[in-house]
Write a protein that binds this ligand. Structure first.
Ligand code: 6PG
Length: 238
């Protein structure tokens, strides 16, 4: 256990994806047992695809009671190769009997400022005064998570969704803010691979206290944080 959550180390990315899928399925069922539903925020990028594919094979999940939202989205159409929605649809949503009305897509094709307002309202309508039940997040090599980047000023508390626009390859994105993510009941970070080792050591290792990364802020504020890493990524003692 660290000040930034519980770390579980798996042999490799495949073992991590197996365990992550089982953990997500268990958390979904626990949320449904406790509250009658599970509102789950999905991560984008490449890492979660393997977990989503394995999650689709968990036939014990009551998808009728699961609502899916996105922690962030690139401002591209839903069928664009970079779309986080497209990745989740292909890997998971097309493979499970989740009602279409339970899939709350971030409209990457819409003007970002307007979509941030719309999605903020969608989330408030869905959640009311309740937190997200489960959030899946990745970790960028620069310590970003969702589309909260260390070189962008932290958002003022308040809105749950913000547009972020970069003049580099990152482009325009929409992201949940720390206001919403910090309050989630369970946060799972998926971070396998040697390329994550350095940032993991800084974000959750002994030296983490010195850094101010979005992933670390969320990990030190949320109530129940689990880091799923593999041996290649394991934080090295500083
Ligand atoms: C995105 C993700 C982003 C991702 C990290 C890690 O839209 O890209 O939300 O936060 O989780 O960049 O990406 P990988 O899993 O591809 O390493």
């Amino acid at each position: 256990m660290t000040s930034a959550g519980r770390v579980e180390v798996f042999a490799d990315a495949k073992a991590l994806a197996d365990a992550a899928a089982a953990m997500v399925a268990a958390e979904i069922s626990a949320s449904i047992d406790a509250r009658g539903r599970c509102v789950m925020a999905l991560a984008g990028g490449a890492t979660p695809r393997a977990t989503y594919q394995r999650l689709a094979a968990h036939r014990d999940v009551d998808w009728e009671r699961v609502h899916v939202v996105w922690g962030d989205e690139r401002c591209v159409p839903a069928d664009h190769p970079a779309s986080n929605y497209r990745m989740a649809r292909e890997a998971l949503l097309d493979q499970v009997p989740i009602p279409a009305t339970n899939v709350h897509r971030l409209h990457g094709e819409a003007p970002p400022p307007f979509e941030a307002i719309r999605y903020d309202a969608v989330l408030h309508g869905l959640l009311g005064t309740s937190p997200l039940d489960l959030v899946i997040l990745g970790l960028g090599a620069d310590g970003h998570t969702a589309s909260l980047f260390p070189d962008a000023a932290p958002f003022e508390p308040g809105p749950w969704v913000r547009p972020v626009v970069f003049d580099d390859a990152r482009g325009a994105r929409l992201t949940m803010t720390e206001t919403l993510l910090d309050a989630a009941r369970v946060v799972m970070f998926l971070a396998p691979g040697a390329e994550k080792a350095s940032i993991l050591s800084r974000v959750i290792g002994d030296g983490g206290e010195g850094g101010d990364w979005p992933a670390r802020r969320i990990a030190t504020r949320a109530a129940d944080v689990r880091w799923l890493v593999d041996r290649e990524a394991r934080p090295q003692p500083s």
